[in-house]
Design a protein around this ligand. Sequence first.
Ligand code: ARG
Length: 459
Amino acid sequence: TKQKLWGGRFTGKTDPLMHAFNQSLSYDRRMHSQDIRGSIAYAKSLTKVGILTKEEENKITQGLESVEKEWVAGSFEVKEDDEDIHTANERRLSELIGPLGGKLHTGRSRNDQVATDMRLWLLDEVQEVEKAIKGLLRVLVERADNEKEYLMPGYTHLQRGQPIRWSHLLLSYALSLRYDAERLHQLIPRISVLPLGSGALAGNPFAVDREFLAKELGFQSVAENSLWGVADRDFIAEFLTWASLTMTHLSKIAEDLIIYSTAEFGFISLSDAYSTGSSMMPQKKNPDSLELIRGKTGRLFGNMAGFMMSLKGLPSTYNKDLQEDKEPLFDTVDNISACLKIAEGVISTLEVHGEKMRRALTMDVLATDLADYLVRKGIPFRETHHVSGRAVALAEARQCQIADLSLQDFKSLNGQFEEDVFKVFDFEASVERRQAIGGPSRRMVERQIFVLREFISKQ
Ligand code: ARG
């Protein structure tokens, strides 16, 4: 009795350890729908070139549909010799419809089949990931719109720099994610290239209509070279790279929010729904959600780097190393989807403490504005920067804030200071002075919200 689909030239049995090592069914079974879809389309193309009669095609199609139903119902029975989703489906098809099942693989190889399945699978998933990014974007924009009145220090080097709106910070996150969404969308045409009809490596000898196959399966184009068709996994490398970059953005958001949720900052509190406690310290409420997002960034980068190493040094066409594309891709898709959804949940439920943010705004963050005051009187910025720096030093020596210095003090630093210098010490005014595109003023924050909403609603 025939055991393996490729068993013809073999007399010896596979070592059980080798079978376990070689098999991919334990993880590639999640592509069962894509594998069946590909086979149904391929059967149609075989009919078009006279390999199958219409009747045979119908029988095969019905058989494949039954196999798919078994997968969906969870009743598909894996047999000992099933190696991967392709061999399992074909084995089951033949059990259901008899030797006719053996006609399906005419001119086809698992090499063009698996490449087709992977692309179909990723195309489906990219749509879901796009939705998840849009969901997170929507929440960021919503909060930014509702919480425009909160002012906080903007930081460089984690040192207080200048006042900004909380919304402005949220919108900076959104802008990174907006470009991530755009980049992801731009991968689609390169994922959507049909390998089927490339055969094992040297193309299809039965003149199957590959443009027809592409149309049937919803591919945008056809792989123009069969050697490339079976071997190309650049679409996976690109996706893993895309995910790594996107994760660095989520990681930055996570890190900011972790810091802002400490008692020392107290700018925000995470909701209970996204926090966990300590088994020992009863008072603890830990931001595990955000820490896991930050941590998984390393893991997803590892998936990308590991897969790149698998590709390095491969000779042309299909090599079994390529089976190593699946676990990193599946893991990355699962984890980035989870991270995007958790980030959406964290951000939509956290509580903002506007008064704490306000209290973190010390007058020194207006030192730039003080320098700008003199600039408006015609003094070169390099000089005014120095004068403002001396005001900061003077206040520090007096152990007071720069706003507490007297007009006399200011005049001693530069004769151009007048009574209106005290108007500088107003955080709202500082933020509102930044009316150039991209600034934290209310109008420019509203502009960002408008532009992002446009982006979210299209595509
Ligand atoms: N399970 C294999 C993979 O994922 C399918 C292709 C096998 N092709 C072969 N020539 N052994 O890559």
